[in-house]
Write a protein that binds this ligand. Structure first.
Ligand SMILES: [Fe+2]
Ligand SMILES: [Fe+2]
Length: 162
C-alpha cells in the first residue's frame, strides 16, 4: 500500500465492515436493555446505521469501487467485550449502564474513524465523498451525545439503589 487513495479504500472497507457489525450489535443491545429509553435509542440508531451502510455504498460507487469489507478488529473487540460482560450475569440496572457505555465506546470509535476518513477524502479532493461521510459522522455525534445523557441517568439510578 503506497498511496492516500489506497489508504482511503482500506479505511472505507474497515468502516463498512464496522457498520454491519454495529447494526447487529445494536439489535442485540436493544434486546438486552431493560430500560425502554435506552432500548429505543439503540433501535433508532440501528435504523440510522442501515442508512449509513447505504451512504457508504454510495461512497464506493463515487470512487468507482465495489463495496467490500475489511474485518474491523476494533468493533470485533468492542462486541466481544460486551458479550463477555453479559455472560457475567449482571443485574438489569448494572447491564443498562454497561450497555449505554458499550454503545458509547463504539460511537467514539466510529467518530474517530469517520473524522480520519473525511480528512483523507478532503486531501484527495473528493467533495461528494466528504459530504456523504459527514452525514454519517453527524449521526454518530448526535448518538454519542444522547447516549452520554442516558448513561448519566442510568448511572444515577444505579447509584441511588446501592
Ligand atoms: Fe455508524
Ligand atoms: Fe454509530
Amino acid at each position: 500500500m503506497n498511496t492516500g487513495k489506497d489508504l482511503f479504500k482500506h479505511e472505507l472497507q474497515d468502516l463498512y465492515d464496522a457498520e454491519f457489525r454495529q447494526a447487529h450489535a445494536l439489535t442485540e443491545m436493544a434486546e438486552n436493555a431493560g430500560d425502554p429509553k435506552l432500548a429505543d435509542a439503540l433501535r433508532e440508531h440501528r435504523e440510522e446505521t442501515q442508512e449509513q451502510i447505504r451512504r457508504l455504498e454510495n461512497v464506493f460507487a463515487v470512487i468507482g469501487e465495489k463495496p467490500a469489507k475489511e474485518p474491523c478488529a476494533g468493533v470485533i473487540g468492542l462486541v466481544k467485550e460486551y458479550k463477555d460482560f453479559v455472560g457475567e450475569d449482571p443485574s438489569e440496572k448494572v447491564l443498562n449502564v454497561f450497555t449505554a457505555e458499550a454503545a458509547l465506546k463504539a460511537e467514539h470509535y466510529e467518530i474517530v474513524s469517520y473524522s480520519g476518513l473525511i480528512k483523507l477524502a478532503g486531501h484527495l479532493g473528493r467533495t461528494k465523498v466528504v459530504d456523504l461521510l459527514q452525514q454519517n459522522l453527524d449521526e454518530e455525534l448526535a448518538t454519542a451525545e444522547n447516549l452520554e445523557i442516558l448513561s448519566g441517568q442510568l448511572g444515577e439510578e444505579l447509584a441511588l439503589q446501592s
